[in-house]
Design a protein around this ligand. Structure first.
Ligand SMILES: Cc1cc2nc3c(=O)[nH]c(=O)nc-3n(C[C@H](O)[C@H](O)[C@H](O)COP(=O)(O)OP(=O)(O)OC[C@H]3O[C@@H](n4cnc5c(N)ncnc54)[C@H](O)[C@@H]3O)c2cc1C
Length: 456
């Protein structure tokens, strides 16, 4: 194990912490308590201030074969940032500078430890727009890229991967590479950048990111649409997607969940009819365009089972709806044994919802669901009654099996982390996993970066 003295020589004495009581916050993330991995006993937290310092740490860790766990904002939901073996937690918090907002090229260049919140403050003060909105703005840009985060607003512009144009990365061996740039096209060699995106920190430490921005849409509206049952919402989703209207978001929420969250936030959910809701966010270059889209979406929803439709046009009203939607996990956290993030083909969302209900019935529980319906990505919440009865894993695997039968995956957003590794046996393509392990070995021959994360 690398000594704290050697680390202090690299980053300075103030940036190495060894006292357990001072590092507790670095040993957890937002993973539900019931499934959260147990942190190791001997952990040193180090806070480098530059890529060069990170490179020196990685070189030292390689010589002394010490595991290094990268920590971003700690908002991950599958234990990826938790040090499960004795070693170093490398916190990225000091790499917090936005280097350039390039309005000419519609791009932003920032260090990886900048939080989404800080970046949005800067971008929102201009005429530019960063569309993705994963629910916790405490996430760092490096963590968002490493997890290829999605969130509510992915339908129109895609997930994080669609925004990343360039990366600076410190490899596990300590070499520093740059991939991509302020470019919209790049076919030079194998695409290492896209390999590093969603690698959950097992291939390198992301230290700098170049992200694409868009002109801010001038006009937007949020439609709340209520239905009597979950699966009745899904015909509307399919028809909206087929109609040519491309919403910024189509979110699904159970009534109980959203009302619980509104109460938790001391806010009021603005709709009282129905048991299941769609939230459709529309954007456009002017009010007329958004109005027309709104008419089209309303017509479709009325035709396909909607009980009621509410249109929010004021900015504050729309922000309140997004706020309540974004805080569901925080409101449910104490009651949640595990939050899943299965993805199925978008047209199969209604089928998987019925399967989830069927599984809930068989295990005499309720499984609240919300998620990104337009992306086929749902978050079933397994509640603590399943934990009390020792059934969390069994129910989880039943849901995973149904998603896989439909051509889906067990994780569409949060990643494998540590928590999903025991379930990878359900994901059938052995050769693909062998290749991934081979790639990991090429990048990290001594397996010192995020060992035990993302791969069997
Ligand atoms: C309330 C809430 C809502 C959420 N909503 C969404 C959502 O809608 N969509 C979604 O996709 N996710 C969502 N998440 C999950 C989480 O915010 C994302 O996974 C996010 O990308 C994690 O970023 P982080 O900086 O907090 O990373 P951490 O939790 O610190 O780390 C996550 C993983 O990334 C690695 N990592 C972190 N920084 C780097 C780096 N610089 N270089 C290389 N690897 C790194 C870590 O080692 C770890 O494996 C939500 C979480 C919460 C708590």
């Amino acid at each position: 194990m690398v000594s704290s003295e050697k680390l202090r020589k690299i980053v300075g004495k103030d940036w190495v912490i060894t006292k357990r009581e001072q590092i507790e916050n670095y040993l957890v993330d937002e993973t539900a308590l019931a499934v959260r991995p147990k942190p190791a006993d001997n952990v040193i937290v180090v806070k480098p201030g530059s890529s060069q310092e990170i490179s020196a740490i990685m070189k030292l860790a390689n010589i002394e074969k010490t595991p290094v766990f990268i920590r971003g904002g700690g908002t991950g939901l599958c234990g990826g940032a938790i040090p499960t073996i004795d070693g170093i937690v490398m916190s990225m918090e000091r790499l917090d500078k936005i280097e350039e907002l390039d309005e000419e090229n519609l791009m932003i260049v920032a260090e990886a430890g900048v939080t989404l919140e800080s970046m949005l403050k800067v971008v929102d003060s201009t005429r530019l727009f960063f569309p993705p909105h994963p629910g916790d703005e405490g996430a760092q840009l490096g963590g968002l890229v490493a997890c290829n985060a999605g969130g509510a607003r992915a339908i129109k512009y895609g997930v994080l991967r669609n925004y990343v144009r360039g990366l600076e990365v410190v490899l596990p061996t300590g070499d520093i590479i740059s991939v991509g740039g302020k470019l919209l096209k790049n076919n030079q060699g194998l695409d290492l950048m896209h390999l590093l995106i969603s690698s959950e920190g097992i291939l390198g430490v992301i230290t700098k990111v170049i992200l694409r921005l868009y002109p801010r849409p001038v006009s937007s509206a949020t439609l709340l649409i209520s239905y009597e049952t979950r699966c009745k919402t899904m015909d509307s989703v399919a028809k909206i997607l087929q109609s040519g209207v491309i919403p910024l978001a189509i979110e699904y929420v159970d009534r109980d969940l959203i009302e619980t969250t509104a109460r938790y936030l001391n806010m009021k959910w603005p709709m009282t009819t129905g048991q299941a809701y769609l939230i459709v966010i529309l954007t456009g270059a002017n009010d007329d365009e958004v109005y027309l889209q709104g008419e089209q979406v309303s017509d479709i929803c009325e035709k396909y089972n909607a009980v009621d439709i509410l249109v929010a046009e004021r900015r504050e009203e729309q922000a309140e709806i997004l706020k309540i939607r974004s805080e569901i996990y925080s409101a449910m956290k104490d009651k949640t044994a595990d939050i899943l993030d299965i993805t199925v083909p978008p047209a199969s969302v209604g089928v998987i919802m019925d399967k989830i209900d069927e599984i809930a019935g068989r295990f005499s529980t309720t499984i609240p669901v919300y998620g990104h319906a337009g992306d086929g990505n749902l978050h079933p919440h397994l509640l603590d009654d399943l934990q009390d009865r020792g059934l969390v894993r069994q129910v989880k695997r039943e849901i995973y099996r149904e998603a896989i039968i439909l051509g889906g995956v067990i994780t569409g957003e949060h990643g494998v982390g540590v928590v999903r590794i025991p379930e990878l046996d359900l994901c059938p393509d052995r050769k693909a996993w062998d290749l991934m392990r081979g790639i990991k070995h090429v990048f990290d021959p001594n397996n010192i970066l995020n060992p035990g994360v993302g791969l069997l």
